[in-house]
Design a protein around this ligand. Structure first.
Ligand code: NAD
Length: 342
């Protein structure tokens, strides 16, 4: 039985506690939050869990083998680093850290101590994203042309990060899992509509080798909730609508064919192909349950998580580059592994 300690019991922490309580092979031993009213909830819901305002009591607890961190982004590094130094495996909320330097430091510390470091890129563990990955990996879509996502709603304004560190991180994590290629440059624009507040709307364009392109549109100030991604390939196209209750993934056998015209070698003829649409069956298990079991399995069997520290760092690299680009009003910023250059 692997003992779990959770730091942060605000909005997301309770989902993690519930899922680790339900996961075979794991047991939540201790939870910490700075707010006593959140701890009162723990005592009410789970009287067997130790609740404390002091995170050190979680990290140092002898029955805690792994620490799950669900606190604001700017605190991830310090808490994760201290947990690793205490010899505990770590699952940290997205995004891994607030800077790429911090991300590299966590990876080094985890490697040095032979500990599991995993980041909660939740969507990677959904049936929908796993199905999209199967379709792409089996080459059903053909050559990939674009990834185009809209993730907007009247969202909770965060204080310590802007909208890309809160919402675009989901798309970057999904792309990191789905695509064989990594983006090499980003151009991003964004705006704040709250005086002194972080950007609440942003547009990111990501460039890859070849003709693959990605666009991500995120917004905390939209009147409706949209979570829709189009993935276009030369053979088929996927529409992934996370708001749909069951048919979240639809595969369209649509596309174009390009031929030279008979009268001139240089005149292209575009033909349109419209075939069937189908909605594949998806696994319905809760993503966080799949993820909790994966984390426990990695600890038990010394495996690397699908969303390991490196994947968390790749996402932070892009977020940093995009932040730099927003400050320069959309200037193209190159993305290098582990460091940045304009
Ligand atoms: N994976 C997802 O889909 C998803 C969804 C929402 C939030 N998140 C992530 O979860 C993290 C937390 O977000 P949230 O919305 O729950 O924030 P929140 O503000 O609602 O909760 C954070 C909690 O952490 C506590 N805290 C802060 N510092 C602490 C410390 N040193 N010791 C103990 N407790 C401490 C705060 O008191 C607060 O209750 C963020 O990294 C966010 O990006 C992920």
């Amino acid at each position: 039985m692997i003992g779990i300690g959770v730091i942060g019991y605000g909005y997301w922490g309770p989902n993690l506690v519930r899922n680790f309580m339900q996961a075979a092979g794991g047991r939540v031993i201790a939870v910490s939050d700075l707010r006593p009213e959140r701890l009162a909830r723990i005592n009410e819901q789970y009287p067997t869990i130790m609740a404390t305002t002091n995170f050190r009591e979680v990290i140092q607890h002898p029955q805690v083998d792994a620490v799950v961190i669900a606190t604001p982004v700017t605190t991830h590094y310090e808490l994760a680093f201290q947990a690793l130094r205490a010899g505990k495996h770590v699952l940290v909320e997205k995004p891994l850290t607030a800077t790429s330097g911090q991300g590299m430091s966590l990876i080094e510390e985890a490697n040095r101590r032979g500990l599991v470091l995993m980041v909660d890129h939740t969507f990677v563990y959904t049936g929908a994203v796993r199905k999209a990955q199967e379709l792409i990996a089996s080459n059903s879509l053909g050559d990939l042309y674009y990834y185009d996502s809209v993730r907007v709603n009247l969202g909770l304004f965060q204080h310590d990060v802007n909208v890309i560190w809160d919402l675009a991180v989901h798309d970057l994590a999904i792309m990191d899992y789905l695509l064989a290629l990594r983006p090499h440059a980003v151009s991003a624009t964004g705006m704040s509509h709250v005086p002194g507040g972080p950007e609440n709307i942003a547009y990111l364009t990501l460039f890859f080798d070849g003709n693959l392109i990605a666009h991500i549109h995120v917004n905390w100030l939209a009147p409706v909730k949209v979570r829709r991604t189009l993935i276009g390939g030369s053979q088929k196209m996927v529409v992934y609508d996370d708001i749909e209750p069951s048919e979240k993934i639809k595969v369209y056998d649509k596309g174009i064919t390009v031929k030279n015209g008979p009268e001139s070698l240089y005149r292209m003829l575009i033909g349109y192909r419209t075939g069937d649409m189908w909605a594949p069956q998806l696994e319905i298990a809760e993503a966080l349950q799949v993820e909790a079991l994966h984390f426990l399995d990695c600890i038990e069997n010394g495996k690397q998580p699908i969303t390991n520290g490196e994947s968390g760092l790749r996402v932070v690299n892009i977020l940093e580059a995009a932040t730099q680009s927003i400050s320069a009003r959309g200037q193209l910023v190159h993305i290098y592994p582990g460091r940045l250059a304009a």
